[in-house]
Every structure is written in structure tokens, then in C-alpha cells.
Write a protein of this length. Structure first.
Length: 149
């Protein structure tokens, strides 16, 4: 979420490691990284095969990041990688209940709900209820429609 809400957190990393941009400008790279991470996360809500592939790809991304950014990044990502690998190891036993035609609508709504809830909770933690009310209520209003698959 920080790639969408706080791109200034990522920009210094891209300045320090310009090889990560592959020649693209920083804004494009930050947005693309956020879309890829959210897409892989959303894939974990789909069919058992997509859940396992999405978890494996996310784990690979987080593990690959530790080679460039060191021990601090490894420690921060360790628990997430462990959970993702547990998801990869668990066989999918439930039947698929997805409708591919509505996937773009559901993923777009889920992305907006996650952004609103994340930013609202961040505002609630650092500021006040009045600053957090609009994003939290907007995100909460989108949650039922994003969970209707």
C-alpha cells in the first residue's frame, strides 16, 4: 500500500539503486510495483492454483529484495515469506468459486477499499478520528462489494 499512498518512501531507494528502474522514471516504477504486488495479493483470493502461484511469486519478490537491501529487509520480510511459503505448501481442497468476468471489478474495488482503509487507519493512528473518518468509512463501504464473489 505504501507504494500508492507514500511513494516518497520508495523514491530514495530508486535513487540509490538506479538499476531497479530498468531505465524507466521513478513514478512509473513505483506505480507498476504497487500494481504487481496488489495483483499477486489478489490472486491469492482466487482459485487454489492461483493462490499458490501468487504466494510463490510474492515470496520470490520478497526474497529477491533481501539480496539488494540486506539483513534489515530480510528480518522485516521473514514472517511474510514464511506465511507465503505455508500457503504454497497447502494443497487447495475447496472447489473454485470464481467468475473470471467480474475479476477486474472485484480487484479494483478491493484495491480501493484497501487503500482507503490503510490510509484511514494510518490517519487514525497519527492524527485524529475526524481526519480518519472519511477514508475509513469509504473503505468500509467498499468492502461488502469487493467480497461478493
Amino acid at each position: 500500500m505504501e507504494k500508492f499512498l507514500y511513494p516518497t518512501w520508495i523514491a530514495p531507494i530508486l535513487v540509490e539503486h538506479p538499476e531497479l528502474t530498468l531505465g524507466f522514471d521513478a513514478a512509473t516504477v513505483i506505480t507498476a510495483a504497487g500494481v504487481v504486488e496488489f495483483g499477486l495479493s489478489f490472486a491469492m483470493l482466487w482459485t487454489p492454483l492461483m493462490r499458490r502461484l501468487g504466494a510463490l511469486a510474492l515470496a520470490a519478490l520478497l526474497i529477491a529484495a533481501t539480496f539488494d537491501f540486506g539483513k534489515l529487509d530480510a528480518v522485516g520480510h521473514l514472517m511474510v515469506v514464511a506465511i507465503l511459503l505455508a500457503v504454497v505448501a497447502k494443497p487447495g481442497t475447496e472447489p473454485a468459486r470464481c467468475r473470471p468476468a467480474i475479476a477486474p471489478i472485484v480487484s479494483g474495488t478491493a484495491l480501493l477499499a484497501a487503500i482507503f482503509l490503510y490510509s484511514g487507519l494510518h490517519a487514525l493512528y497519527y492524527f485524529s478520528w475526524s481526519a480518519a473518518a472519511a477514508p475509513i468509512l469509504s473503505g468500509a463501504g467498499l468492502v461488502p462489494s469487493s467480497c461478493s464473489t
